[in-house]
Structure formats: structure tokens, C-alpha cells
Write a protein that binds this ligand. Structure first.
Ligand SMILES: Nc1ncnc2c1ncn2[C@@H]1O[C@H](COP(=O)(O)OP(=O)(O)OP(=O)(O)O)[C@@H](O)[C@H]1O
Ligand SMILES: [Mg+2]
Length: 311
């Protein structure tokens, strides 16, 4: 893969994105304490996009109770088996919450569980994509501390923006950052002071309306202002499209749809949607995947397809 990687500068916090540590996967945490912002959907789309470029990818589900990402990956393997096709598969693991009653012991247990899942994933792949729950949990906070890149999908609504900042309704000026934004800001500052790897925090707008509505424009203005104030980059967003809901049952993503190959058919609108996903991944500006050593096996796992049914 080409090595023209230019680390992305982040506004307001004097730090830039780190280059890949040799032999370690780049950790992309998808985080937003608000539920239903598209974290799990985005996680699998980014994973498949990276795998289709030849990268080795692991996915980690920290929302194991809901298990959306795990189900998505399971559905994908089942679909490949059913259709007798090869689909690139991430190395997938889910981390469950501790069942210990004592809070301190439970937190230590969760730290161990997370490390036990993350360490091998980081060692074996180019990218580890961590899907977090839509709420503030200890496990989710821990995962945020592992991020090289943190991606926050945000539904294109002021209700969702409230997670990042309180906004004056008359002037649209930012009154103050929210608890989540402040916690992230502190975490990044602390890391900078400790000389740790910088975190590239990126916010993406999701479920963008195709209409040029006032809400869409106002959201854009406020997000740009907030980006400067609390220090994130804004990535290309995804439009509101029914296809994202439909693909879940097959475990496919827009990147898997092919013309005339059976399965869900590819329409012009899907082509545009797929380009949006590609643009999103490009704007994450992730460091390039490591060149595989000659003795390395396949870049990623593939779902082992069952033989096509006879007859
Ligand atoms: N761009 C989009 N267009 C249309 N529907 C979408 C889009 N992105 C996500 N959705 C739908 O929104 C719902 C929430 O998405 P998803 O489960 O990925 O969010 P989440 O942030 O992981 O939620 P949670 O916080 O509950 O884990 C799902 O029904 C999904 O299909
Ligand atoms: Mg989810």
C-alpha cells in the first residue's frame, strides 16, 4: 500500500495524528454515548471498506448485551455460507460486562477482559475497530483510552448534538461543551502531557437528509464552530438511506453489493451511497496498512463458504 500518509492536524489541541506503531494495529474506536447514532452500522461498513483494500481488520463489540455488531458479523458469515460465496470477514470478538458485584473488582475484571480481546487483535491486524455502547459504561471509557482515532457518528439533529455541546437557541452560539466532549478533551490533554500517542477525534454526520433543510445547514455551522472550540475534525457524512437498515439481515455492506451477482441488487443510489462510505473512510485519514510479509497468509479471514447445494 502507498506510504504517502500525511498525519492530520487537529484544530485547537496542538497535536496531530500519530503514524502507525510498527507491528501494531491502529485502533479506531467508534464512540457516542447517545444511542442509535449509527455506530454499529458505521463500524461494519468501515471494516469491510478497509478489508476490500487488502487490510487485515479486527472488530470488537463492547456492546455485547445488545450485540448488534456481533449479530451483523454472524449474519455475514451465515449469508456467505448459505450462498456459497467468499466474503472478507474481520477477526471478531465481543467483550461482555463483568458479573462481579464489587465495583472495584468488576472494573479490574473488565480492564482484563478488554485487554485480553484487544491485545491479540492489535498484534494480528492493521486496524482494530471497536464498537461501543450508546451509554456511559466503564468498559466504554476504557476503550476510549485505547483510541488512536475516535470516530463519533452524530445523527443530524440538535437532539444528538446536545451530547457534544449546549447551544443557544437564538444565536446558535455554543454555550458550553457537554460532559462527553469535556471528558474526551481532558483525556486527550492528559495523553499529550504524558507524551502518549495523540488521539485523532473525528465527528461524522449521519442520516443526512437529501433536502437542503435549514436544520442541516444550521447543524453544519454549529459543528464547524464546535470543531474549532473542542478540537475535532469533521468527516464526510452518510445520508439517510433505507439500504443501511435492509443490509443488516444479510450481514452485507454497501461495499459488497455487485451488479448482477445475485443477492441484493445494486442501484444507482447504492453506487452513490457506496461512494459516501469510501469518502468517509478516506476522510478518516487512517495510516496505511502494513505491507504483508511474504510469508503472511490471507489479509483477512474469509467466511468459509459451504459448498453450493447440489441440484
Ligand atoms: N445512514 C443511515 N440511514 C438510514 N438508517 C440508518 C443510517 N445509519 C444507521 N441507521 C439505522 O439507525 C439505527 C441505529 O443504527 P446503529 O444500530 O448502527 O446505531 P448505534 O449507534 O450502534 O446504536 P446503539 O447506540 O443502540 O448501539 C438502525 O436501525 C440503523 O439501521
Ligand atoms: Mg450499536
Amino acid at each position: 500500500m502507498s506510504s504517502g500518509f500525511q498525519p492530520a492536524p487537529n484544530p485547537s489541541i496542538a497535536q496531530t495524528q500519530a503514524a502507525r506503531t510498527p507491528g501494531r494495529g491502529h485502533v479506531l474506536v467508534i464512540g457516542n454515548e447517545k444511542g442509535g447514532s449509527g455506530k454499529s452500522t458505521t463500524a461494519l461498513h468501515i471494516a469491510v471498506s478497509l478489508m476490500s483494500d487488502g487490510a487485515r481488520v479486527a472488530t470488537l463489540d463492547l456492546d455485547a448485551r445488545q450485540g448488534t455488531l456481533s449479530r451483523y458479523v454472524e449474519n455475514r458469515a451465515a449469508y456467505a455460507a448459505r450462498k456459497g460465496i467468499d466474503l472478507p470477514m474481520p477477526l471478531h470478538a465481543a467483550v461482555t460486562l463483568s458479573t462481579l458485584n464489587d465495583r472495584k473488582e468488576a472494573e479490574a475484571d473488565e480492564r482484563n477482559r478488554l485487554e485480553a480481546a484487544l491485545e491479540p487483535a492489535v498484534a494480528a491486524t492493521d486496524f482494530v475497530i471497536v464498537d461501543t455502547p450508546g451509554s456511559d459504561t466503564h468498559l466504554s471509557r476504557l476503550a476510549h483510552t485505547w483510541a488512536d482515532t475516535l470516530l463519533t457518528p452524530l445523527n443530524d439533529s440538535f437532539i444528538d448534538l446536545d451530547l457534544l455541546a449546549r447551544v443557544d437557541p437564538d444565536t446558535l452560539k455554543i454555550v458550553r461543551p457537554s460532559i462527553y466532549a469535556e471528558a474526551l478533551w481532558k483525556q486527550r490533554q492528559l495523553r499529550a502531557v504524558q507524551g502518549g500517542r495523540p488521539v485523532d477525534w473525528i465527528v461524522m454526520r449521519n442520516r443526512l437528509s437529501s433536502l437542503a433543510a435549514r436544520n442541516k445547514r444550521d447543524m453544519g455551522t454549529v459543528i464547524e464552530a464546535l470543531a474549532k472550540r473542542i478540537g475535532f475534525r469533521v468527516a464526510a457524512g452518510l445520508s439517510e438511506r433505507v439500504i443501511y437498515k435492509e443490509l443488516f439481515l444479510t450481514g452485507l455492506t454497501l461495499l459488497d453489493l455487485k451488479r448482477g451477482k445475485g443477492g441484493p441488487s445494486l442501484t444507482m443510489s447504492h453506487v452513490a451511497a457506496r461512494q459516501e462510505v469510501r469518502d468517509l473512510v478516506a476522510s478518516l485519514n487512517l495510516p496505511p496498512a502494513a505491507e504483508p510479509a511474504p510469508s503472511d497468509g490471507p489479509a483477512t479471514g474469509t467466511a468459509t463458504p459451504a459448498p453450493p447445494p447440489a441440484g
